[in-house]
Design a protein around this ligand. Structure first.
Ligand SMILES: [Zn+2]
Length: 248
């Protein structure tokens, strides 16, 4: 690592849980971020700032004026641009050491499976059940750790499904039924601006810990955040033996 990189990452290298070897590990890592919206924005920015060497960011949507209230990776000038490209441009200014692949079209299942298979960690920053279930299945198939997050109104959720461990529950254990009718979207329900930052930043922290293999992740636990009343609750999450995805 060159001198300017040692300086850039010095506050990480000082941490005994990371040190030089951990930072080097991050540099060699590849994170797949699905969605460059409210959650994807802090995830992408923190992983880039922290020096994760390669990021693949998938978003086929365009930046809209209504996004700017919370999707802090996008600027007013980026309205109308593809979100993955807008995120790539912001990261280029934040940390040019990071290689960013921007996926600007909707990936089919095979293409997405290919992206999952080469990633060290997948961060689900999507806003719909179809994508969440598909990512869960693909991560399970490839034994890739999945950091899952959701945020709507003042309510947030976070968990880690680390499929490298046999006893890890999965997203389908948590939500066994596919129900399009229960889909909650920001466009219809509203979302408190910093809520996506609170959840997304926690997702970034979990992803970094997975890449560094340090501490305890949220595997087997679900974080429920009520930002309106400042309540952070953690509940146990067990693997469902009859789960259609990860059960026997
Ligand atoms: Zn399961």
């Amino acid at each position: 690592m060159q001198d300017d990189l040692l300086l850039r990452y010095s506050r990480h290298i000082m941490l005994p849980q990371i040190e030089y070897a951990g930072q080097e590990e991050l540099t060699q890592s590849h994170a797949l971020i699905i969605g460059a919206g409210g959650l994807g924005a802090p995830v992408a920015m923190y992983l880039a700032a922290a020096g994760v060497g390669t990021l693949t960011i998938c978003d086929f949507d365009q930046v809209d004026l209504t996004n700017l209230q919370r999707q802090i990776i996008h600027t007013t000038a980026a309205v109308g641009q593809n979100k993955a490209l807008s995120a790539q441009a912001t990261i280029a200014k934040l940390n040019p050491e990071v290689k960013v692949y921007a996926e600007t079209i909707r990936l089919n299942e095979d293409a997405l499976a290919g992206r999952v298979s080469v990633a060290d960690v997948v961060i689900d920053c999507s806003d719909n059940f179809v994508t969440r279930y598909l990512l869960n299945q693909l991560c399970f198939n490839h034994k890739t750790p999945l950091v899952s997050g959701a945020a709507i109104r003042f309510e947030g959720q976070l968990s880690v499904f680390d499929f490298r461990h046999e006893d890890s529950p999965c997203y389908h254990c948590l939500y066994p039924d596919v129900g399009d009718d229960q889909e909650l979207r920001c466009a219809d329900n509203g979302v408190f601006a910093p809520l996506v930052g609170m959840v997304g930043t926690a997702q970034a922290a979990e992803a970094l810990k997975i890449l560094l293999d340090i501490g305890h992740t949220m595997q087997g636990r679900l974080l429920l955040l009520d930002a309106l009343n400042a309540e952070w609750r953690t509940i146990r999450l067990k693997k469902d033996a009859s789960c259609a995805v990860c059960g026997h």
